[in-house]
Design a protein around this ligand. Structure first.
Ligand code: GLN
Length: 491
């Protein structure tokens, strides 16, 4: 199936009415719901039909819920009573590492096969209050470790623009669900690029919020000092609406920060910094560079000022990230012991059970990181690796601090390449890690960043998406939304 077919099939006829899922936004859907043009049940049905049609090929979902229609009925009641919020009745997909009470949450791992969540993540609680309709849980790299969704224990997700290619990862299922019109918006998590890279590969918008802006309570921890939950949408406005609902300080996550009062952005011409030296590192696809330069010209035409900036220590980011992340992973993964929850391989007695369960239940990438992390945290190496990485992390933060004294926004490509073929990088972890070159420094610093579609490149007859990444200072998501909307012509 090619993307053209997918799109015409999206115009689903429902009760003599066409719901154009491809061009649907939260506001459009909200308007139609409150004016009675269609009901939440009809909207949810349209998405379920699209899932039925497309997902056998794309495999964005690990589970589609059997209570979608009852949820939509409830939303319809709220709408009828005149109490609908912007998200009431809006169908949404959720990455499988985020807990929804009474629903299976596997994190795409065998070790959590059939694990049923016992409570709601804070973000889910907030969305439930709004009356959203949860369609299901999406595929991902196991425990969010990876950049292609190939590390899922349940098979890879395909890119809706080319089924031979990856959708990116680790939130590849969420990105593909939105890009394939199988959900209006979706939630993902981003530790080193897992929202922005799949957004870029799938041609949609993805936001990694400021560290602490969104509660991590109820998301399965990967790298606790880097993880953030964030939204996917086809438009910047959709991502913004979703972000505004899920953000906020939470007593269940002590790293959350107080919500910034929505100040109105007083300027509309921004100073955009480009770290030219950092872009000169090798290995960046020439189509990406060309697209990025074109995007900069477009930004200039829109009236923004483009200046060169220096971020001299960003070149150490990948090395630092791949010490800190495995260290945190090795600690966070210790809880999956097959005894308290998840898969248990028994037969042996005592500690052997633990070894057997982890051996059978965890995939290669997860094991690789546990081993690496245990090594960098072991006595004798702790100072040489883990401590040093943390020191360099502070230096990287300083780079951003200095830069944001001079500019409002920093722009880079989101990824060094276009969506690659399934199987192309899976046996070369280093190649896979290099995918994250532009995204991991942001998580190390904790600042927010957004990936915005910036064009396509025709390869093998398919139009493959490219993304541009905008980065802002702490809690300045408002600037990201402004520049993103301006860039996409949403303003
Ligand atoms: N691809 C990166 C990694 O494998 C990022 C993952 C993520 O953000 N969860 O660590």
């Amino acid at each position: 199936m090619n993307v053209k077919n997918l799109m015409t099939e999206d115009l689903l006829k429902k009760n003599n009415m066409v719901i154009d899922l491809k061009n649907l936004t939260i506001k459009k859907a909200h308007d139609s719901l409150v004016t009675g043009e269609y009901t939440s049940v009809e909207l949810a049905t349209a998405y379920l039909e699209q899932i039925k049609k497309s997902d056998k090929d794309i495999h964005a979902y690990l589970s589609v819920f059997n209570d979608v229609i009852p949820q939509a009925k409830k939303a319809d009641e709220i709408i009828k009573s005149g109490k609908a919020g912007m998200l009431t009745g809006i169908p949404i997909a959720v990455k499988d590492n985020i807990l929804i009470k009474d629903k299976i949450a596997t994190s795409a791992s065998k070790i959590l096969e059939n694990y049923v969540a016992t409570y709601d993540a804070t973000v889910i609680e907030k969305l439930k209050k709004e009356g959203v309709v949860f369609l299901g849980k999406t595929n991902m790299d196991e425990f969010a470790m990876g950049g292609s969704t190939e590390n899922s224990a349940y098979g890879p997700t395909k890119n809706p623009h080319d089924l031979e290619r990856v959708p990116g990862g680790s939130s590849g299922g969420s990105a593909a669900s939105v890009a394939g019109n199988m959900a209006l918006v979706a939630l993902g998590s981003d530790t080193g690029g897992s929202i922005r890279q799949p957004a870029s590969f799938c041609g949609i918008v993805g936001l990694k919020p400021t560290y602490g802006a969104v509660s991590r309570y109820g998301v399965m921890a990967m790298g606790s000092s880097l993880d953030q939950i964030g939204p996917f949408g086809k438009t910047v406005e959709d991502a913004e609406i979703l972000f505004n609902v899920i953000k906020g300080q939470d007593r269940m996550d002590s790293t959350t920060i107080p919500d910034k009062k929505d100040e109105k952005l007083s300027i509309n011409k921004l100073k955009i910094g480009v770290p030219r030296d950092f872009l000169k590192i090798g290995g960046i696809d020439k189509d990406i560079i060309q697209n990025f330069e074109d995007s900069l010209s477009k930004l200039k035409k829109l009236g923004h000022e483009i200046v060169d900036i220096e971020l001299p220590n960003l070149k150490y980011s990948l090395a630092v990230y791949y010490v800190i992340v495995p260290a945190e992973v090795s600690s966070n993964m210790a809880r999956y012991d097959g005894m308290r929850y998840g898969k248990r391989v028994s037969g042996a007695t005592g500690i052997e059970d633990y070894f057997l369960s982890r051996q059978a239940g965890l995939g290669r990438e997860v094991k690789r990181r546990i081993i690496l992390g245990t090594y960098v945290l072991s006595s004798g190496y702790y100072d040489a690796y883990y401590n040093k990485a943390n020191i360099v992390r502070e230096i990287i933060k300083e780079d951003y601090k200095k830069a944001f004294k001079k500019v409002d926004i920093i722009a880079t490509p989101t990824t060094p390449g276009i969506a690659f073929k399934i199987g192309e990088k899976i046996d070369d972890p280093l190649q896979m890690y290099l995918e994250d070159i532009f995204t991991v420094p942001i998580n190390l610093a904790g600042v927010p960043a957004i990936s915005i579609p910036s064009g396509t490149k025709k390869i093998d007859g398919k139009d493959l998406p490219i993304g541009i990444q905008f980065i802002a200072d702490y809690s300045r998501e408002d600037k990201l939304f402004f520049v993103g909307k301006n860039f996409l012509g949403e303003l």
